[in-house]
Design a protein around this ligand. Structure first.
Ligand code: PGA
Length: 248
């Protein structure tokens, strides 16, 4: 199981220190692959605090250009240098609020890989798309646009997170059979565009209103290789309990 905590735009550097100091004594190494995706401003601090803990460090975004005249942006190279091993790309909040389009997401994925960052590539349908029965079509388009031009061996450094937009932060989750069907549909796209082997191998997580109550049952769904957690990772004690519960 891969468990990713997405802290989003929460916690100052001081608060991240405090959070990690609470999390570490409660964290059992080796049970899961745990990745903490933090704001840029606390990556360097977290790099030192997390060393040897087994918890890996990720960022939540990167620039779609490599370097130069992009005031206010952060490059893949900078993230790697700050200790990030992972980066989230294509989160629905960025697609919606910051107008990230398919082309930019594709560029970000390529730049991340080039800079030795593993990509947590988020895809998912909106409520309108779900109601129009366009979930699979949406997933296909998002996957194909995002992974355009990639070689099959590069998929080893990509984790897909299936996150229905309507489930994020809403307290609502799809039925187990819906999650299973969507992930199968994602694997089918990978099989068609790359190979059956790639489709079987790629890790696909579920994200959207996962909490301490539903984490175990969602983790048990066939096809689900891990969880992407937003709100429920903000409290270190809650999050460490969630990680333990998934194990149980
Ligand atoms: P949520 O967020 O767990 O608060 O729904 C998940 C995400 O946005 O990655």
């Amino acid at each position: 199981m891969i468990i990713i905590g997405n802290i989003k735009m929460n916690k100052t550097n001081t608060q991240v220190k405090d959070y990690i100091m609470k999390l570490l004594p409660r964290y059992e190494q080796g049970k899961h692959e745990t990745i903490l995706c933090l704001p840029y401003t606390s990556l360097t601090t977290a790099k030192f605090l997390l060393e040897g803990s087994g918890i890996m460090l990720g960022a939540q975004n990167l620039c779609d250009e490599e370097a130069g005249k992009n005031t206010g942006e952060i490059s893949g190279e900078m993230l790697h240098d700050c200790g990030a091993g992972y980066v989230i790309v294509g989160h629905s909040e960025r697609r919606a609020k910051y107008k990230e389009n398919a082309k930019s997401i594709n560029k970000k994925i390529k730049i991340a890989l080039k800079n030795r960052l593993k990509v947590v590539f988020c895809v998912g349908e909106s409520l309108a798309e779900k109601n129009l029965l366009k979930t699979f079509e949406t997933l296909k388009t998002q996957i194909e646009d995002g992974l355009k031009g990639l070689y099959e061996n590069e998929l080893e450094n990509i984790i897909i997170a299936y996150e229905p937009v309507w489930a994020i932060g809403s307290g609502k989750t799809p039925l187990s059979k819906e999650i299973e069907a969507s992930i199968k549909a994602i694997r089918k796209v990978i099989a068609n565009d790359f190979s059956d082997k790639a489709a079987q191998k790629i890790e696909i997580l579920y994200g959207g209103s996962v909490d301490n109550k539903n984490c175990s049952s969602i983790a048990k769904i066939k096809e689900v290789n891990g969880l992407l957690i937003g709100g429920a990772c903000l409290d270190a004690i809650n999050f460490s309990q969630l990680i333990k519960d998934v194990k149980a």
